[in-house]
Design a protein around this ligand. Structure first.
Ligand SMILES: NC(=O)c1ccc[n+]([C@@H]2O[C@H](COP(=O)([O-])OP(=O)(O)OC[C@H]3O[C@@H](n4cnc5c(N)ncnc54)[C@H](O)[C@@H]3O)[C@@H](O)[C@H]2O)c1
Length: 257
């Protein structure tokens, strides 16, 4: 991807909500959208880390559990009252089911509900709540899925199930939501250097000699997808391969260099 233009203010005047913004990809996305001129509402459950990121980049910090529909209603009402509307959202918060390694049969109902709540409810509920707000302004939403949303992820099958569901929802809902003015996309990153990646996961990645992405590279790709005039795109981003539209007909996973 070409280096970001430091004078680019293409999001000036826009209001953007970012979830999972206390860390990793979400923090990089909040910083990048601020750099592009957007008013950014940075949200997360990790209040202290969130405030540090928001203070540093000039975003507004709001503690929000993405799985809580009432919290979404309150955040959207407050944002519309303070900023006049919402133009974009990067729905990005996500977790693994349990610390790796774990046995599939050891996963409890509570573990399952938690990962579904954050990774799937945390994308679907805000799409439903934001569509009537973003749609009339012709804005967009990008959901962070994963390569684990396109193929198996043997180290966390429940995580893979949530990410496949996000990809399926985005592809299936995008045409109807386009009729309301909302553009909806999903990005599927390969390995990214963030707090999500434990030493155990890093060792697995190192064993495959796979290069990791920097969160800033994903943030730039997300901004490009938010600005994309189309809808329903599912794009992979893998180190050394850039941002590529996934070809569902061929179903070929991008090689991880
Ligand atoms: N790091 C990778 O290699 C990688 C690869 C593909 C996809 N992803 C996806 O990227 C997204 C961001 O992950 P990351 O790698 O930056 O991880 P991260 O752990 O650095 O950031 C995730 C953030 O989500 C927040 N969060 C967790 N539960 C939440 C909740 N209920 N409500 C609100 N916020 C909550 C965490 O506090 C954290 O700040 C996730 O959806 C993840 O699945 C990551």
């Amino acid at each position: 991807m070409p280096a970001a233009d430091p004078t680019d203010q293409s999001f000036a005047g826009a209001v953007a909500i970012v979830t999972g913004a206390a860390s990793g990809i979400g923090a990089a996305s909040a910083r990048h959208l601020r750099r592009l001129g957007a008013t950014v509402i940075a949200t997360d459950v990790a209040a202290d880390a969130l405030r540090a990121v928001a203070d540093d980049c000039g975003a507004t910090a709001r503690v929000l559990d993405v799985a809580d529909p009432a919290a979404w209603s309150a955040l959207i009402d407050e944002t519309v009252a303070e900023h006049g509307g919402v133009d974009h959202a990067h729905l990005n918060a996500g977790i693994f089911t349990r610390p790796h390694p774990y046995a599939v049969r050891d996963v409890t109902v509570a573990d399952y509900r938690r990962v579904m709540g954050v990774n799937l409810d945390g994308m679907v509920l805000p799409v439903l709540a934001l569509a009537p707000v973003i749609g009339p302004r012709g804005g967009s939403i990008v959901c962070t899925a994963s390569l684990a949303g396109l193929g198996p992820y043997y180290d966390d099958p429940f995580y893979a199930a949530t990410k496949h569901a996000v990809v399926a929802f985005v592809r299936s809902a995008a045409p109807q939501l386009a009729a309301e003015g909302l553009r909806l996309h999903a990005i599927c990153p390969g390995g990214v250097r963030t707090g999500l990646i434990s030493d155990w996961v890093q060792d697995r990645i190192d064993a495959r000699s796979t290069t990791m992405l920097d969160p800033a590279e994903v943030a730039e790709a997300v901004a490009a997808m938010l600005a994309d005039p189309g809808t329903g795109s599912v794009r992979t981003i893998v180190a050394g391969r850039g941002l590529v539209e996934y070809d569902f007909d061929r179903g070929v996973m991008p090689a991880a260099d």
